[in-house]
Design a protein around this ligand. Structure first.
Ligand SMILES: NC(=O)c1ccc[n+]([C@@H]2O[C@H](COP(=O)([O-])OP(=O)(O)OC[C@H]3O[C@@H](n4cnc5c(N)ncnc54)[C@H](OP(=O)(O)O)[C@@H]3O)[C@@H](O)[C@H]2O)c1
Length: 268
């Protein structure tokens, strides 16, 4: 059985580990984090093996997941180098640091990348991953198995497409939450208590997303099926269109991608 080790046991590692232990024995999953409460929490909640620091345990890992913030990645790599074995690879989930950079920091160790998102916590994530050409099949299937336990998994053919994965599924839950907040406030301004407004709005987003996912119908067709000519939905949509919903989405995405480019140079 393969072994997977996590460097960093924060939010994203916790989300991934929660899925991972559904598809592999917890004893094959190792983790280290600077903070005792985080690593001990993971060990207590999921039964994984926690370590005080990076060390000889890393040598037994087939895959080392780099789950630290971009600003601490270089230091984490420096600690790892003495312990890396010859058979495995590293997988970075950090936004905006290219594989070549991490590979240099790991003195030439093979590096793959993936971009998960926080709904992985409830097994409803979307993860994009990129594996350099000619990597062993077993490594690719291990990565797919790990993220499939957290939701949907999409392979991208070029590393730079991960920036888009970061800007849509990665950041996207925040866009959706913001949109939901706007409708909650609009309902509350009209006298609906907050708890009921939140249930109404969250249920609407959930239901629409499930319908889109399960029916397989085009989104435009699903929208049209709710929108009778001259009806209430049509009137509301006219307002959203007049406020430039497509342009807003496009500009938001562009801003996220521009920031990704800036961040790429920040942590070198
Ligand atoms: N959150 C998202 O939606 C999302 C989506 C996709 C990708 N990501 C990526 O996921 C990565 C992790 O994000 P996160 O939100 O999980 O961060 P986080 O909650 O801060 O977790 C990272 C943890 O790793 C620890 N750490 C750092 N260097 C270490 C080392 N050398 N050895 C042991 N522990 C170490 C940190 O401790 P200290 O605090 O002491 O440094 C921290 O507890 C980031 O690179 C982020 O870009 C996040």
């Amino acid at each position: 059985m393969e072994k997977i080790g996590f460097i960093g046991g924060g939010n994203m590692a916790r989300a991934i580990i929660g899925g991972l232990v559904q598809v592999m024995p917890a004893s094959s999953v190792h983790v280290t984090d600077h903070h005792a409460e985080k690593r001990e929490g993971l060990s207590r909640d999921f039964g994984v093996v926690a370590h005080d620091s990076t060390g000889s345990w890393v040598t037994g890992m087939d895959l080392v997941v780099l789950a630290v913030k971009p600003q601490t990645m270089k230091a984490a790599c420096a600690e790892l180098v003495p312990w890396l074995n010859r058979k495995g690879a590293a997988l970075s989930i950090a936004a905006g640091i290219e594989s070549d950079t991490i590979c240099d920091w790991l003195w030439g160790y093979p590096v793959m990348r993936a971009m998960p998102n926080t709904p992985a916590k409830v097994r409803a994530g979307v993860t994009g991953y990129w594996i350099p050409p000619r990597y062993p099949e077993e490594l690719a299937s291990l990565v797919v198995r790990m993220f499939s336990a957290c939701g949907d998994v999409i392979e991208v053919q070029e590393e730079r497409q991960l920036d888009l994965v970061g800007a849509i599924p990665g950041s996207g839950p925040a866009y959706v939450f913001r949109f939901m907040e706007a409708f909650v406030r609009a309902a509350m301004r009209r006298g609906i208590p907050e708890e009921a407004a939140v249930r109404m709005v969250v249920g609407t987003f959930f239901g629409a997303a499930e319908l889109a996912r399960l029916s397989g119908e085009p989104l435009a067709q699903l929208r049209e099926s709710v929108t009778s000519r001259g009806g209430t939905t049509a009137k509301a949509l006219e307002v959203l269109e007049s406020r430039g919903i497509d342009a807003a989405a496009d500009e938001a995405l562009e801003a996220a991608l521009k920031r990704t480019e800036e961040l790429k140079t920040l942590f070198l």
